[in-house]
Design a protein around this ligand. Structure first.
Ligand code: NAD
Length: 245
């Protein structure tokens, strides 16, 4: 996908990876960037730091279908149909079997069900046009042995499974779906996890090179051009698992 002139939506945009994607997509020539996050102040500051003319910031909880539908409406109204939807918001909750049901529920809602909500909101118009790209941020934790925090590893495996299902089901209708599966990335998520002694963050940091969000954005731009099913900005993961839709 050539990003020039494209309309892009990014969720979890105020976080480390989301913000790097936003800056990189703007540099690649996207002309409509709709940046969504729970954190209204941070996402608004991000939009301002890029360019008010080509960005809109939207406060949105990705688990709420009405808010996600409204987000897609903003993109349509302001910039036209969505060419690329980056379902990127994600959270870490809990650790092992002592994780509360409430924390398991939040992990499922944000790390898995939000991708379903996004697909429902954005796919009909993409199918109608016979073109569109859905990028789901999953994780290496959704491909490799499930170590670290159980809710994170389990939900990221499910997210990869859903991306694969979407890719197989909608691929012949002109829709591309990719799962972004980085290993460790230096963002607030990783830093907070390390500060709180979370097993998942410790495993991630110990597993090898920790990437910058900008390196992840580089891999995404390269992956969108190659239209791969799995975008794997880490050599260990790349050799472990690489497939094409
Ligand atoms: P981050 O914590 O910096 O950013 C996550 C963003 O998502 C935050 O701005 C947060 O406000 C937002 N968010 C959380 N819940 C939301 C909700 N319900 N609705 C809308 N926004 C919400 O983390 P990051 O590292 O940039 O993570 C981005 C994605 O990358 C996540 O899906 C994460 O699981 C994945 N990931 C991160 C790493 C890593 O090492 N940092 C590795 C692999 C995958």
């Amino acid at each position: 996908m050539d990003l020039r002139g494209k309309t892009v939506v990014i969720t979890g945009a105020a976080g480390g990876i989301g913000a790097a994607l936003a800056h990189r997509f703007a540099a690649e020539g996207a002309t409509g960037l709709v940046l969504a996050d729970l954190d209204a102040t941070a996402v608004d500051a991000l939009a301002q730091s890029i360019n008010r003319g080509l960005t809109r910031s939207v406060t949105c909880d990705v688990t709420d279908p009405a808010q996600v539908a409204a987000l897609v409406d903003v993109a349509h109204r302001e910039f036209g149909p969505v060419d690329l939807f980056c379902s990127n918001a994600g959270i870490t909750t809990g650790t092992g079997l002592d994780t509360t049901d409430e924390a398991w529920g939040r992990a499922w809602a944000v790390n898995v069900h939000a991708h379903v909500v996004a697909a429902r909101a954005v796919l009909p118009s993409m199918v109608e046009r016979g073109a569109g790209y859905l990028l789901q941020t999953c994780s290496a934790a959704g491909l490799l042995t499930a170590v670290g925090d159980a809710p994170y590893a389990v939900t990221k495996h499910a997210a990869v499974g859903f991306a694969e299902w979407l890719s197989m089901t909608y691929g012949d209708r002109g829709i591309k779906v990719s799962a972004l599966c980085p290993q460790g990335v230096r963002t607030p998520m990783l830093d907070h996890g390390l500060a709180r002694g979370h097993a998942g963050a410790q495993v991630t940091a110990a597993a090898g090179e920790v990437l910058t969000p900008e390196q992840v954005a580089d891999a995404v731009v390269e992956g969108l051009a190659a239209e791969r099913f799995l975008i794997l900005p880490h050599p260990e993961v790349a050799t472990y698992h690489q497939r094409k839709a």
